[in-house]
Design a protein around this ligand. Sequence first.
Ligand code: AGP
Length: 611
Amino acid sequence: MCGIVGYIGNQQSSGILIDGLKRLEYRGYDSAGIAVHDGENINVVKSKGKLVNLVEKINKAPVRGTLGIGHTRWATHGAPSDINSHPHISGDGTIAVVHNGIIENYIDIKNELIEKGYTFVSETDTETVAHLIDYYYKTGVGFVDAVYETLKRIEGSYALGVICKDFPDTLVAARKNCPLVIGIGKNENFIASDIPAILHHTRKVYFLDDMEFAVIKSDSIKIFNMDKNEVKKDIFNVEWDIDAAEKGGYEHFMIKEINEQPRIINELVSMRMPKDKNFIDMSGIKLKKEDINELNRIYIVACGTAYHAGLIGKTLIEKFTKIPVIADVASEFRYREPVIDEKTLLIVVSQSGETADTLEALRIAKRNSARVLAVVNAVGSSIAREADDVFYILAGPEISVASTKAFTAQVVAMELIAFNMAIECGALSKEEFETIKSEFYCLDTKIGQILDESEKIKALAEKYSKSRNVFFIGRGLDYVVSKEGSLKLKEIAYLHSEAYAAGELKHGPIAMIDDETLVIAILTQEKLFDKTLSNIKEVKARGASVIAIAVEGNNIAAGEADDIIYIPRAMWSIAPVLAAVPAQLFAYYMAYCLGTDIDQPRNLAKSVTVE
Ligand code: AGP
């Protein structure tokens, strides 16, 4: 939610800021702006809409200066507009601020500042921060201390970048519950919400932690805690390839990321399931037999797509360990006072590692003495750093707002965790493990075979692109994939779509089925095949068009479904990874036909760092 970037050095900053914002646009894209210090004054350019609008403005009237901050917004307070866009400046232009997060007590502070004579021009919470820093600064405490005093007053969440007219050599950054990295350059330094924004300039970063602030000059970085003690940090070296965050010839990041899945799954499987070993390598993760025996319950908590991956983990872990597993969406979990103690294991799943609700679920669990295992993609993210154990899915940067490669990698990660627990609990024989291993080793090839059918799935999307009501149905793990397929269609094609447990349809929703409804039925679970087939017949009898996603060999007779996508055969527990791929492709091509903004769908942002 919102991306911030900042630069201090000896190069012109506006190009660097715009380039950084381009790479952060996935975090929010309803307006953007930059503030650049020209040595004497701070010049601000902002624009409603996509970044191109801002670029147009800057091209017409370039701003010069080697210190600057930039922002791409996902509106929380006030509609997207030029005025509400960041950076926000104090009345006389002394202070400029970019902010990601929500200042919860901004109304009180705003009223207080209005009484002191401050005038507000925007509807945002962030403008309060600019005026409050200005207020403290004008009491004579100095720029850095003015920011510090402000941090003591504001509540909520923030990543902040602040500059002051009187200090052309200083950039101040601060963080609480929103990500912020500091990029370390040579005679230049950077701040950003996420690494890709600065990866063209440096691979060395510091991760700012909550309640820390940094005073950044072109040749120095000093980080302090809220006791004003300097904090010494380790430099983190970013190892992934810059190309990972580029489109690489594909039209959209989403289709690029869908196509990356065979490689990612292959790498993950090879790393965690060495070919010559008869165990799953869980290095660094405390899930040995004695740890599992200690547990009385497991929670799996996440949001959106990551939650769906968690649901697959729930089924498998419960089946093998016989420990009760409760899967919950983080925004519900955090407010429902779940029973948590030192015998609880909380597994959180998150691509970004920054999702506010998931992070809070983790913190609640830790406060209640539970152990936390995080299944995360973004290396060094808040969730990864605060969890006791981390299972990195290593999918590389996922730029498309709609998650695809992270989902299949999360599912594989959850399965590996479940199979590891099964081995530890004695629930899997050596022979069974060998079969599972060979199934995992074929996954990349099988995903590749589905990707080879992309044109066929594109043709189906064209055929059904006029559909306005879509139901996904399935049973067991197919129901989970249905939820994911339905979410994909909603978020990028803006289609009304629902996922239903196939057996639940006749308890109400079947009333909605008519000859304008498209039903996508997923049937990979052998023992539930006939049951779901009966449900297909029920919806066909009521006029619906049906696309079935079934495994090769489980033939569906002509007339039972209008169209059938066959996927390679795989064991029940692994089949969801395969079934997800045609669902992703279908959503992608539907959105393509409908002409939506696939990588940056309306109203969404990649990383949801507000509640
Ligand atoms: C997926 O396509 C979504 N954009 C969204 O549901 C996402 O999975 C969710 O916000 C969780 O994000 P996280 O994995 O970064 O925590």
